[in-house]
Design a protein around this ligand. Structure first.
Ligand code: PEP
Length: 251
């Protein structure tokens, strides 16, 4: 049985005081939830967030939104997976559609990020998903399959068991338009089948596949109720305590 994961991706939002107030509200409302909870604040906040959660004996994890594709060296502005691990990050997003779009990330770069994060003891959440025109032209399965094959499927059997996948249709991210539960389930089941073909049924039945794309308090329950949806990667709705709590409670 896969335990669900609800992850908040704050992106480049919230100044320090706002971020700390949100973490504190989350901890005040923490219960014995039916899912794992993760927050991915901007990298400069990871260390303090980790300390805060640790001191509060919270079960909430902290993760980063990206890591470098190298381990160290002359890469101005980059932050390595090892550095993130050393400040308390236990997860990292890899290949978010915004990084694919604005930083042109794909293929080998993402493979390196996945491998470095696993090497540093951080669990990567590998993001994939098609754009609107790709869905409209009925190419969404091919697109996602290529994204898996050119990066995630370079992982060994041992490495893949440390990965989580997030299916995030680009047309649903930050748009208020959500994939229907049926559309999401169809793609999650396809992704699980791809994992089974490559790594076997046992690995496929254990890997978590999150849905992301305008998840909110109103649609989370139905989405999370689908057989192959193991929680959510939540952007906008993770920035407000009420909506994020309701989403967590839907899992
Ligand atoms: C995301 O950032 O991964 C995301 C899914 O954003 P939103 O929930 O705002 O669509």
């Amino acid at each position: 049985m896969r335990r669900k994961l609800v992850a908040g991706n704050w992106k480049m939002n919230l100044h320090w005081n706002e971020a700390m107030s949100l973490v504190s509200d989350l901890v005040k409302n923490e219960k014995d939830w039916n899912c794992d909870v993760l927050i991915c604040p901007p990298s400069p906040y990871v260390r303090h967030t980790f300390e805060f959660l640790k001191n509060a004996k919270s079960a909430i994890s902290v993760g980063a939104q990206d890591c470098a594709s190298s381990t160290d060296g002359a890469f101005t502005g980059e932050i390595s997976a090892g550095m993130l691990s050393s400040i308390g990050s236990s997860f990292v997003l890899v290949g978010h559609s915004e990084r694919r779009e604005y930083q042109g990330e794909r293929g080998e770069t993402l493979t390196k990020k996945l491998q470095h994060s696993i090497g540093a003891g951080i669990q990567p959440i590998f993001c994939c998903g098609e754009k609107l025109d790709e869905r409209q032209s009925n190419n969404h399965f091919d697109v996602v399959q290529t994204q898996l094959e050119e990066a995630l499927f370079a992982m060994s059997n041992e490495e893949i068991s440390k990965c989580t996948i997030a299916y995030e249709p680009v047309w649903a991210i930050g748009t208020g338009e959500t994939a229907s539960p049926e559309q999401a389930q169809e793609m999650h089941s396809f992704i699980r089948d791809q994992v089974a073909t490559k790594y076997g049924d046992d690995v496929a039945s254990r890997i978590r596949i999150l849905y992301g794309g305008s998840v909110n308090a109103g649609n989370a329950k139905e989405l999370f109720g689908q057989q192959d949806i193991d929680g959510g990667l939540v952007g906008g709705a993770s920035l407000k305590i009420d909506s994020f709590l309701q989403i967590i409670q839907s899992a």
